[in-house]
Each structure stands twice: as C-alpha cells, then as structure tokens.
Design a protein around this ligand. Structure first.
Ligand SMILES: NC(=O)c1ccc[n+]([C@@H]2O[C@H](COP(=O)([O-])OP(=O)(O)OC[C@H]3O[C@@H](n4cnc5c(N)ncnc54)[C@H](OP(=O)(O)O)[C@@H]3O)[C@@H](O)[C@H]2O)c1
Ligand SMILES: [Zn+2]
Ligand SMILES: [Zn+2]
Length: 342
C-alpha cells in the first residue's frame, strides 16, 4: 500500500462544460494495482455522453475526468502484481477493475462484473490525465506490432465491435451491415472484412463512401436514401448498430434476412420498438445488445489486430486541443477516431 498521488488532468466542471486543467487525486495503489503514466487516450462517444450528462445522474459526477481508451507505461506496481513490469506498455479500456471471482468473471464476462469499476463512469475518473491507476489484471500488454498512438481505441471501441462477432456466431460469408461509420463503425468494417464476411456500410454521411470501401465494405448505403434502403431489405444476416441516437428501428429490422440478428452497441437511452408477430416472429429475427468484452476476448482481439495489421484510423491531437476534439466528436466530424496525446 502507498499514499495517494495528485496528477494533472483535464476535467469538465459541469454538464456540457469545457474541460479545464484539474489537479486529480488518484486513489492509493492497491496490492494488485499498477500506476500508469498515460501517453495517449482515445475519445469515445461515451466520453461525450458522460460529459454532456446524456445518460443521467448515475453516469456523470462533476468535476468529471473522462477518457477510457488509455495507453501508457507502468510506473508503479502493487506488491502482488506478477505479470507486469515497470515500463511495460499497457492498455486500459472501459473497466479498470473486475472482482475476478463472481459468476460473470469466472465465465469470461469481466465486462459484466457487478463488483467492477468502470474507468470514467459515475465517480470514477479516467484517462484525460497524466496518470491513472488500474488493477493490473485488466491492464493489457500491447503487442509491439500495434503502434501506441493507435492502440487506445482498441480497448473500448475495438473490443465493443469485435466481441459481438464471436458472441453471436457470425460466420465467413455472412452478410454483415455496420450502421454508423464512426469510431466503432469503421473498426467493425475492418473486422468484418478480415473475418471473411460480405460487408455493407450504412451511413448518414455520403462523403464516407470511399473510406468505408477501403476499410472493407463492398457496398455502401446512404441511410437517408429510401430507395437504397428498400433495395437492401431482407439481405442482411448480422447488423451491428453503432449510432449514438434512436433510429427508426423498423426500417432497419426490415433489412434483416430470415434468422437475422441486430446487435445494438450504440449507447442510447430508450426502447426499440418492432412489431412482434409480423416482424420478429415470422422471420425469426433476434435483437440483442453488447457491451465491450471480457479479458480473454480483449487478448484475442489484440493478437488478431497485430497479426492482420488492423488499426483504427486516428487523428492524434495534443491535450491543449481536447475541447476542440470533443466538439468534433459531438458534431460527427472525426475521421475516424480522435486520440489525445498526454
Ligand atoms: N456498447 C458498448 O460497449 C459501447 C462501447 C463504446 C461506445 N459505445 C457507444 O457507441 C456509440 C458510438 O460510439 P463511437 O465512439 O463510435 O461514436 P462516433 O465516433 O461519434 O460514431 C458514431 C457514428 O454514428 C453516426 N451518427 C448518426 N447520427 C448521429 C448523430 N446524431 N450524432 C453522432 N453520430 C451519428 C455517424 O456515422 P455516419 O456518419 O456513418 O452516419 C457517426 O460517425 C455511442 O453511443 C457510444 O456511447 C458503446
Ligand atoms: Zn466479478
Ligand atoms: Zn468507449
């Protein structure tokens, strides 16, 4: 055990507020913890949801240091830490603790651990800071093939779109549609292509067509074009929805083929309304959700990305421009993931 440390961070002082320099007191280093000197932190749309208090009171306390796509080097180790050494480069994602002994953890769903701690949700303070503390067992060594400035977004956005392919048994040859080609969506296109799927991008931004095709889509649908949406009806085996707002759901379930699945990862409050008999039953559709991924899947994803050279397309900026970067995420102007250098 050791006493707490104060580190430089950047915090929003009120909902929707600009982030400003803030002296952050870190918790004491526990026996299984590492302290990490942060080098880079990706900006996920969830950071904006939290700063802007779009998920309600439980998610957002202020001052709020957001950021949960963290890359950095281990600077201190607790007495029980075995795997990680000082100087190791690690990544930390949506959760910085899991109990590792509950049913969820024992079954590989550390992401669902009821005793865990999310990195910047609620009272937790995240990675827009020079240092952070996390349980060493959820701080993942980064393969040397993955450049550190591109690694952060894999730890939230990447695993969030990698895990559903495994969980929902998507097969090579399946027709996959990715809805929303942003931070998560562009990584999903790359994974779907690498998994041998037929890939369609569905986007509200016509100017993303060229890049969507470079990332793996063979087909691009402009979601505001009714004819294009109609033509695709009944063709999609697996649809991954990454949009951070409510959609006209029936227009999207109509695109699913018999036995088709729609997995929603866009974190919206609200309901999905789809007729049961005339839509879900008669074509045996599945609507499901997914949240990040467990430790084993994160390790698999890192190996897969290293092997296939799958990295997010990042715009790296310095922390002095963090407010501009957050605004770009709010305005859907990022191509395709902002990363802040700390
Ligand atoms: N389930 C999980 O575990 C998990 C993990 C990480 C993030 N999330 C959530 O997933 C969602 C996407 O995150 P992200 O980081 O990929 O966000 P992002 O980079 O902002 O991308 C979202 C994309 O959705 C589309 N979009 C359509 N309407 C939009 C609107 N009104 N505002 C913004 N985008 C709009 C845009 O794609 P087009 O231009 O192609 O239409 C945009 O690029 C967020 O809700 C985030 O909180 C969930
Ligand atoms: Zn647990
Ligand atoms: Zn995230």
């Amino acid at each position: 055990m050791s006493s707490s440390t104060v580190t430089q961070s950047w915090a929003a002082m009120e909902p929707k507020g600009k982030v400003v320099p803030f002296q952050l007191e870190l918790p004491a280093l526990g026996p299984n913890d590492v302290e990490v000197d942060i080098e880079y932190c990706g900006i996920c749309h969830s950071d904006v949801h939290i700063i802007d208090k779009e998920w309600g009171d439980a998610a957002s306390s202020f001052p709020k240091v957001a950021g949960h796509e963290i890359v950095g080097k281990v600077s201190r180790r607790g007495s029980e830490v075995k795997e990680l050494q000082i100087g190791d480069r690690v990544g930390i994602g949506w959760y910085r603790r899991a109990c590792l002994s509950c049913d969820e953890c024992m079954e590989g769903y550390e992401n669902l651990c009821p005793h865990g701690e999310a990195t910047c949700f609620g009272a937790s303070q995240g990675g827009f800071a020079r240092k952070t503390i996390a349980d060493a067992r959820v701080a993942f060594p980064i393969p040397k093939e993955i450049p550190p400035e591109y690694a952060g977004p894999l730890f939230c956005g990447g695993i969030t779109v990698f895990a559903p392919f495994r969980r929902f048994g998507v097969k090579p040859g399946d027709h996959v549609a990715v809805v929303g080609i942003g931070g998560l969506g562009h990584m999903a296109l790359k994974f779907a292509k690498a998994f041998g799927c037929k890939v369609t991008a569905i986007s509200s931004s016509a100017d993303k067509v060229k890049e969507a095709k470079e990332y793996g889509a063979s087909h691009f649908i402009n979601s505001s074009d009714e004819n294009q949406m109609k033509e695709a009806q009944g063709t999609i085996d697996f649809m991954l929805v990454t949009v951070p707002k409510k959609l006209p759901w029936q227009q999207y379930t109509a695109l699913l083929r018999r036995n088709g699945k729609m997995a929603i990862v866009g974190a919206i409050l609200g309901n999905v309304e789809v007729p049961v008999m005339t839509e879900l039953m008669v074509r045996q559709l599945t609507i499901c959700g997914s949240i990040t991924g467990g430790r084993a899947l994160i390790k698999d994803m890192l190996e897969f990305c290293a092997l296939h050279q799958i990295f997010p397309k990042c715009e790296v900026t310095d922390v002095e421009h963090l407010n501009e970067a957050l605004d770009k995420v709010r305005e859907n102007k990022v191509r395709y993931r902002m990363v802040v250098k700390l």
